[in-house]
Design a protein around this ligand. Sequence first.
Ligand code: SF4
Ligand code: SF4
Length: 490
Amino acid sequence: MSPSNQFLILSRDESSEVAPVVDSNCACADTNSNLVLTQMARQPDRHLFKAATHTQRLGQDRHLAFNPLGDNGPVILNDAALALLNCFTQTDQVDILQAGVLDSNLQAAVDRLHALNLLELVGSQPRLQRGDTQTLIAWLHTTNACNLTCTYCYVDKSDDPMEEATGYAAVDAIFRSAVSNGFKAVKLKYAGGEATLNFALVMKLHAYALEKAQETGLGLKEVVLSNGVALTRPMLDFLRDEKITLMISIDGIGDGHDAQRIFANGRGSSHIVKRSIDRALTHGVSPHISITVTANNADEVAAAVGFALERNLLFNLNFYRENDTTLDPASLRAQDERLIAGIRQAFAIIEENLPEHSLLASLIDRANFGSPHETVCGAGDSYLVVDQNGSISRCQMEIERSVTDIFATDPLTEIRLHTGGFQNTSVEEKSGCRECDWRYWCAGGCPSLTYRATGRNDVKSPYCNVYKNLYPELLRLEGLRIIRAAEQEI
Ligand code: SF4
Ligand code: SF4
């Protein structure tokens, strides 16, 4: 065995953190179905074996190892560490390693590979189990009006704002359900329509939500979802001072954005949105950028990604979801090859400008490689969508199909009991997914989209082919990012 101090084993704990989840244009609720690994502690009489692991070479003396059934994410190994890991596929080598007294560095390397789920105890059958319920997420449809007419929008717009009394009753209902169902925090998404068109209400509901959070002892997170067209300086000052996240949609730079995010007269909004983002930065607000990929901008998303990277902004790429409101829904869905090519162009830009933050949770639609989970989002479980009239539905994509309202004793329980339409089925119950290596990171894609496309809840996503092509490349990017972060610390 080579000298043990040659082993290099890097994981996300050396790089920085948990992958940040970025609020998206689809504004999907984060899932609460996160899984944690339960595994037996080391025992001297039980041998270790290499877990079924995805590996790829990242460069000279650097490899990526990822156990899809672990909960640790990608790990970087050098040649020696990979050779050590591979020793644990061969019984004779395992016997030698485990029979002898290992020097302390070699023992430390073995322990670390075990802690990172790349080695497992024979017969221990590590299991992913559901963690605690954490955050109840709620969409507040502060207005049904918008100053843009985006080609893929799912909102059937009108001039109706949410009235103040409705807003307060909505916040009451959200906290009521959060307390009744044991959540630790509430996340409010001020949305619409365009939330900045009813910003006075956003300010009042923020103050009221702070009171409710204090009264109930729950945590509070808030985000304003905006198209960036009518953001004023006072709004930016308010968001900065109150520590409210701002999410702005941008789908390309110039033509890519203007092909789909347009005013009623057909004019594009790109120049205004770019100006708003830069103005936000000068006001101390670092907006999250949401990029929606359709057939009209698949070749342009790389430019939007470059724009976000230049400004060190968090961003995500989400795929267009067909809906009832778009005039020609099917024509907006990019063919798989085009979508893959467009995302690969974006990945090339990222590789040249690797950010400090992890991208595991935000680069491929609803996939989140930040932590394993069994449903893709909180729809039907930990998510309330309140429209401007106080009706509540399960997902913003079906805001017209309400299940209950803000006057129910516990709206979340009614949402959970609802059985019509799409069901947010566990990935373990989806045909095609249950055997898939990527299942706990992909979770099978948006259930609403799959149901719309197939009429079924128990099958994989129509975007599956795109996902499977891109997931190894996402891991590669993260591996390169971890290596670079470690090198910068030396
Ligand atoms: S059902 Fe689909 S559109 Fe709705 S919140 Fe979940 S992932 Fe998003
Ligand atoms: S949608 Fe495809 S990639 Fe995702 S878990 Fe299912 S089979 Fe795997």
